[in-house]
Design a binder for this molecule. Structure first.
Ligand SMILES: [Zn+2]
Length: 265
């Protein structure tokens, strides 16, 4: 009987295959199948309906976390179970979805609601996305979202001790460019920003030796740890600024030094 033979053969070949799991895997619930049935409920329960995506886009947006929430099960979980699992880690879920949305839609084609969702949820991805988001928000004149982005930067970004005079993010890098808005700060502006003379006079009171070194070498380092003389460059600080004093500043500091301390020999 050819029919029986065929069954036997296929069984045999299935058994011989090293991936025995293949046959049992078929019994697991396929998340890609049930996502169609549950999509509306999941999107509504997570409060994402206002993103107004196409049905296929919503599916694309949520499919990985949805599959993870379904897990490897042989009986179909209830929608509520899946939603509860998704809600359990809401913050990181939203962060993931914000990044996913950026892959589905171009930033400049997003609705205001979609852009808001991204800004409110990106967290540490601001290190990569901050400049693009800032640019888009300026284009749309969304000062409120720029303010939110600035606070996200302060928490998750590459927080610089120097604030940018243009975008007001703490984002001036040691090459004097702003990471967020690309503005280039002048050395003069940077010195104004840190109040260089007052800063060094205060420093002279806690470290007179370091102050002397700065005056004689004509430069110092500035970082989150404050002022450091050339011989004590902060090694563990990722953002260190080298600040060169001009003649005028050196004269001012020297005269302070001569008046307030014992004269140099
Ligand atoms: Zn800036």
């Amino acid at each position: 009987m050819p029919r029986k033979k065929k069954t036997e053969e296929s069984q045999q070949s299935a058994d011989k295959k090293p991936k025995k799991k293949l046959s049992s895997k078929e019994k697991y619930v396929d998340p890609n199948v049930i996502i169609d049935e549950y999509l509306d409920e999941v999107i509504n329960s997570l409060g994402l309906a206002y993103l107004n995506l196409e049905r296929e886009e919503f599916k694309e947006l949520i499919k990985e976390p949805f599959a993870a929430a379904v897990g490897e099960v042989k009986t179909k979980p209830k929608a509520r179970t899946i939603i509860n699992r998704l809600q359990a880690n809401r913050d990181s879920l939203m962060e993931f979805l914000a990044l996913k949305l950026l892959r589905i839609k171009d930033l400049d084609k997003m609705t205001d609601e979609q852009l808001e969702f991204v800004v409110y949820n990106i967290k540490s991805a601001i290190k990569d996305l901050g400049p693009r988001l800032y640019e888009e928000l300026v284009k749309r004149n969304r000062q409120d979202l720029i303010d939110f982005l600035r606070s996200t930067w302060a928490t998750y970004g590459i927080n610089s001790p120097i604030e940018c005079p243009r975008c007001k993010f703490n984002a001036i890098m040691p090459d004097l460019s702003c990471y967020i808005c690309k503005y280039i700060i002048s050395m003069k502006q940077l010195k104004e920003e840190i109040h260089v003379i007052d800063l060094l006079i205060d420093y002279s009171k806690v470290d007179p030796e370091g102050f002397k070194e700065i005056i004689s070498s004509g430069y110092f380092y500035y970082s989150w740890s404050g002022v450091s003389p050339p011989s004590k460059m902060p090694k563990n600080d990722p953002l260190v600024f080298e600040i060169v004093l001009n003649k005028d500043e050196k004269e001012k500091l020297k005269s302070y030094y001569n008046v307030g301390n014992t004269p140099p020999h």
